[in-house]
Write a protein that binds this ligand. Structure first.
Ligand code: GDP
Length: 177
């Protein structure tokens, strides 16, 4: 089209093992992931058509926990996002508690900015191993003042809806001020 189209950086946050890479994979599609991984980049760009309008997202899967990653990189993650997806596993209460800590870190890093945040309870297919109820997730999102969705990367359930939701949250804030 040739028209200028903005790109929005979406950063995935959350404990190791909650499913960030699986969600990023589904967003990217397998072929693109292979290509990008050869170049050592954990960021995936795709243009989504949502409500009849195209928006390009760059999904970044570079978050590392405090014990492993260096603090400079973590701080970069907290600074560069235009939107954040905070992921926990519904089978891991510890990861749910970490999500709260991440929300606090994000608020501290970006102060008064009104950044879209989506809280994601992943692995919703593992019903018998559930440790965090849907109600708890929803209540947490109310406290966080953010959106909430449960997903299953394994069943590809609600994953497209998650990224469409990110686009809608970005648009709600666009040009509003
Ligand atoms: P990350 O460390 O947050 O990037 O998590 P990964 O995407 O590497 O996933 C960790 C493990 O959980 C892998 O074995 C995945 O196959 C598995 N996993 C991820 N999402 C789901 C899900 O929705 N359901 C189930 N059952 N397993 C999942």
């Amino acid at each position: 089209s040739g028209s200028w189209e903005p790109l929005y950086r979406v950063v995935l946050l959350g404990d190791p093992g909650v499913g960030k890479t699986s969600l990023a994979n589904l967003f990217a599609g397998v072929q693109e992931r292979d290509l990008l991984e050869q170049h050592g980049v954990a960021a995936y760009e795709r243009t989504l058509c949502v409500d009849g309008e195209e928006t390009t997202l760059l999904v970044m899967d570079t978050w590392e926990p405090e014990q492993r990653g260096d603090s400079w990189l973590r701080n970069q993650c907290l600074q560069v996002g235009n939107a954040y997806v905070i992921v926990y596993s519904i089978t891991d209460r510890g990861s749910f508690e970490s999500a709260s800590e991440l929300r606090i870190q994000l608020r501290r890093a970006r102060q008064a900015e009104d950044i879209p945040i989506i809280l994601v309870g992943n692995k919703s297919d593992l019903v018998r191993r559930r440790e965090v109820s849907v109600e708890e997730g929803r209540a947490c999102a109310v406290v966080f003042d953010c959106k909430f969705i449960e997903t299953s990367a394994a069943l590809q359930h609600n994953v497209a809806e998650l990224f469409e939701g990110v686009v809608r949250q970005i648009r709600l804030r666009r040009g509003g001020k």
